[in-house]
Design a protein around this ligand. Structure first.
Ligand code: UDP
Length: 143
C-alpha cells in the first residue's frame, strides 16, 4: 500500500476543549506520523481561502467565523493509506452520524463545530498542505 501524506486541522472547538493530545494519540495509535505541525490563529482571509470551494454554501460565513474563533493546530500526517485512514479515524462530518470511537463521535458537538478537518483525497491533501506549509517545514521521519 502506498505511503501518503494528508493534511489535518484540530479546529478551535477541540483546541478549546484541551484534547490536542488525545487526538494526536489516535493518529499515533493508527500508525500516522506527524511530519509537520504548527499552531496558529487563522485570519479571515486564510480561512476563506482554505474553504473557497464552499464559498457558495449557506454555512460558509458561519464556518469562517468558527475557524477564526480561536487557535487551531494543523499537521501533515504520513503513513500507509493516510488519506482514507485519517478520514476513518475522524468519523462522519456530522458527529451524530459518526461511528463510535471516532474523533468526531467523541469530541465534536455539532456539524458546525466538528473538531477536525482532514483532506478527502491525495490531490486535495497536496493542495491543502501547500496552502499552509512550505517544503522545508515538513520533516522526514527516517530514524
Ligand atoms: N459544515 C457546516 N455545516 C454543514 C456542512 C459542513 O458547518 O452543513 C462545515 C463543517 O465544519 C465541515 C466543513 O464545513 O467539516 C467542510 O464540509 P465537508 O462537507 O467538506 O466535510 P468534511 O470533509 O470536513 O467532513
Amino acid at each position: 500500500m502506498a505511503i501518503e501524506r494528508t493534511f489535518s486541522i484540530i479546529k478551535p472547538d477541540a483546541v478549546a476543549k484541551n484534547v490536542i493530545g488525545e487526538i494526536y494519540s489516535r493518529f499515533e495509535k493508527n500508525d500516522l506520523k506527524i511530519v509537520a505541525a504548527k499552531m496558529l490563529h487563522l485570519t479571515k482571509e486564510q480561512a476563506e481561502g482554505f474553504y473557497a470551494e464552499h464559498s457558495e454554501r449557506g454555512f460558509f460565513n458561519d464556518l469562517v467565523a468558527f475557524m477564526i474563533s480561536g487557535p487551531v493546530i494543523m499537521q501533515v500526517l504520513e503513513g500507509e493509506n493516510a488519506v482514507l485512514k485519517h478520514r476513518e479515524i475522524m468519523g462522519a462530518t456530522n458527529p451524530k452520524e459518526a461511528a463510535a470511537g471516532t474523533i468526531r463521535a467523541d469530541f465534536a458537538s455539532s456539524i458546525d463545530e466538528n473538531a477536525v478537518h482532514g483532506s478527502d483525497a491525495v490531490e486535495t491533501a497536496q493542495r491543502e498542505i501547500a496552502y499552509f506549509f512550505s517544503d522545508n517545514e515538513i520533516c522526514a521521519r527516517t530514524r
